[in-house]
Design a protein around this ligand. Structure first.
Ligand code: IVH
Length: 670
């Protein structure tokens, strides 16, 4: 093995690690994304060429293989303890007294208490070897593969480091990421995560590390478990040294001389907590001097040298003005409490979902009731309880309707379901929601048609299902109040473009219950056409890794519905869902069956356009030159691919020859 290549690989890894550390941990990048991508690409190319050089700590190796059906259980070398709680200042003073019974004098550190999931990371000779959940404190689950996907967890420590060190910290998810994940889950028919803690925990306990990698998670370190040498004299020094090893550490940590000073700091943390993008649930007070930790020891559950101060939840009182009903795209009828606006944890809220009939009964909520509201996990508005003492007697009881509030059709509550459903497939609310879902980003991605416009077109019966979008005319759009010429044209243009959406987006836009974006991609990759998916048997569907029996049933049920079949065939008339292979590929052109490589910049078209044209003529466009390549087509500044082609004696074509051959053998379908 050439030493030069080995050195190049380690140099690239060092540069990438440094850039990632600056970007993710320090949050102050020194190179552009473009430069980063270039380094990463270079490393991938070298590792592909010389796989023997791949090491587990390479930045390219964050996403590994799937776990089996469950994670292994592993014992913690030192137990992962919980913390005792204090709810007011006298309880903190009592803690201070207890501490000072065993040791004469000490100082404290206060820190933010993050509401996530505690993990322990074991490093041997600077390399991450094991990552465990807290579990029951003595045994945790081996989630190393998933933890490796988190960018703020170093795979390799920055020297100097102890031979063995266990770093403990909290995995958290930001609220914006929770919103994104929940939107995706809703589309997949999965229940939303109630808060960032549940979402972080659900994301880290995925059997497929690729799913964990697709969620933005962060680690903040705050404690040391087993360590092969004395690490630090104080908690402040522990955090400093953890920073030097490459970790993000717990925010808002500050040294306090006395418990009174610690109390002032805690009040400051409470004031500032809203500015953290993840859930927080208090502050932690720790004895600063590590030597005292040893003297004070721990009970079976908690250290005697630390305590958590829990902030009271931000709860407000307000009055319910109405209980509205909303009908979703699957017909589910959701009661929503509307109340007088109140300011809770950084924003004004005026509505909270009551989810279903059972929840309305459990809360015994009535219109006119005084209620306590809060944000679950600091994000989602929620009714905590009804203040029954404040009832005047004129509150109106709420009963779920027998008929759909929008179309008046019968409602049913299926066995095993908490939801009451409208039974009318043509209910305008369902039609509107199905269309809005189809239009949404990530599905057909059609801009310009918002809630108000769709509602107006649905109530005018111009839009009766998704396929009607594709026959919309300007006149149709002008039935919408205040529709202008420019907007109408833009909408029609966007709809026209959407006729080319991929099969994946089309499937995902149909809103088949339980089938989200990932499953849509699996279906389109494995079956290639809407017809094949529609005709697939349960067994064929379940054979796909990632599609389980429930999802398979849901897909079959969806395509059994004649209304859905009708929709698919109408969409086909507009060219949507037509199988790729039917997008006619020529078999007798100059390029048919030929392996072609494109390199350099073309003048008359982009490389992608050239690729599409070549493929329509039957060419197989590949990215690297080998003995099997038939033609290398080059534009300006072609680089090494052209040289390699010449070395291997492969025929090369310049742009002029490409165009000549394209024109001469133009496929009638291109
Ligand atoms: S120290 C032995 N520090 O709170 C010391 N824990 O309620 C162990 N937590 O299990 C923990 N922020 O998951 C510590 N700054 C912080 C923390 C923190 C959040 C979590 C941790 C622990 C739980 C106890």
């Amino acid at each position: 093995m050439n030493e030069e290549i080995k050195n190049k690989v380690s140099e690239l890894r060092a540069k990438i690690n440094q850039a990632s550390y600056e970007y993710y941990v320090l949050e102050s990048p020194t190179i552009t994304d473009f430069e980063f991508d270039k380094l990463y690409r270079e490393l991938i190319d070298l590792e592909t060429k010389y796989p023997e050089l791949i090491t587990p700590d390479s930045p390219t190796q964050r996403v590994g293989g799937k776990a089996d059906s469950k994670f292994d259980t592993v014992s913690h070398r030192l137990p992962m303890l919980s913390l005792g709680n204090a709810f007011n200042f006298p309880e903190l003073q009592a803690f201070d007294k207890r501490v000072k019974k065993s040791i004469e004098t000490c100082t404290y550190t206060t820190e933010l208490k993050m509401d996530g999931l505690a993990v322990s990371l074991r490093y041997e000779n600077g390399l991450l070897t094991l990552g465990l959940t807290r579990g029951d404190g003595t045994q945790g689950e081996n989630i190393t593969q998933n933890l490796r996907t988190i960018r703020t967890i170093p795979l390799k420590l920055i020297p100097p480091f102890p031979d063995i060190i266990e770093v403990r910290g909290e995995i958290v998810m930001n609220e914006s990421e929770l919103t994104r994940v929940n939107r995706d889950r809703e589309e997949e028919g999965l229940p939303a995560f109630a808060n960032t803690r549940n979402a972080a925990s659900g994301s880290i306990r995925q059997l497929d590390p690729a799913v964990t990698a697709s969620r933005k998670l962060d680690l903040y370190a705050y404690h040391i478990g087993e360590v092969s040498e004395r690490f630090a004299e104080t908690q402040s020094e522990t955090l400093e040294k953890l920073t030097a090893l490459g970790f993000k550490v717990v925010p808002m940590h500050k040294h306090a001389e006395t418990i009174d000073e610690a109390w002032e700091q805690i009040q400051m943390i409470e004031k500032e907590k809203a500015r953290f993008p993840f859930g927080t649930d208090g502050a932690v007070i720790k004895v600063e001097e590590i030597k005292h930790h040893e003297t004070l020891g721990a009970t079976s559950h908690e250290p005697r040298w630390a305590i958590a101060f829990k902030f009271p939840p931000d709860e407000k009182e307000t009055k319910v003005t109405n209980i509205a009903l909303s009908v979703g795209r699957t017909g589910a009828i959701t009661p929503v409490a509307e109340f007088e606006p109140v300011f809770v944890e950084g924003s004004t809220i005026s509505r909270a979902s009551l989810h279903n009939e059972d929840e309305v009964k459990r809360l015994d909520i009535r219109i006119g009731d005084t209620v306590i509201v809060r944000k679950a996990g600091s994000v989602i508005p929620e009714i905590v309880r009804v203040v029954k003492e404040k009832r005047l007697g004129d509150e109106q009881e709420f009963i779920m309707p027998e008929k759909c509030p929008v179309c008046g059709s019968d409602t049913i509550r299926e066995e095993d379901s908490a939801y009451l459903k409208c039974t009318n497939f043509d209910c305008p609310a369902q039609v509107k929601e199905r269309i809005l879902f189809f239009l949404a980003r990530g599905n057909a991605d059609i801009d310009g048609l918002g809630d108000v416009i769709v509602e107006s077109l649905v109530s005018a019966e111009i839009l009766k299902d998704v396929s009607d979008l594709f026959s919309l005319t300007k006149e149709d759009l002008f039935t919408v109040e205040r529709m202008g010429d420019v907007l109408a044209e833009k909408i029609l243009r966007n709809i026209e473009n959407a006729k080319n959406i991929s099969l994946t987006k089309l499937i995902s836009g149909l809103g088949i219950p339980l089938v989200g974006k990932v499953a849509s991609k699996l279906l389109s990759q494995n079956f290639g056409s809407m017809d094949s998916i529609m005709n697939a048997t349960k067994e064929e569907l379940e054979k796909i890794d990632g599609i389980g029996p429930k999802m398979a049933d849901s897909i079959i049920y969806f395509f059994k519905n004649p209304r859905n079949m009708n929709l698919i065939s109408k969409l086909k008339c507009f060219g949507l869902g037509v199988p790729e292979e039917k997008k006619e590929v020529s078999t007798d052109s100059f390029f048919s069956g030929k392996k072609v490589v494109l390199t350099g910049t073309l003048n008359s078209m982009t490389r992608n356009e050239a690729k599409e044209k070549l493929e329509s003529l039957g060419a197989i466009v590949v990215s690297s030159v080998s003995k099997k390549t038939d033609y290398v087509i080059f534009g300006a500044d072609p680089g090494t691919k052209l040289t390699k082609a010449e070395e291997l004696g492969i025929e090369t074509l310049d742009e002029q020859s490409l165009i000549r051959n394209l024109v001469e053998t133009q496929s009638p379908y291109a």
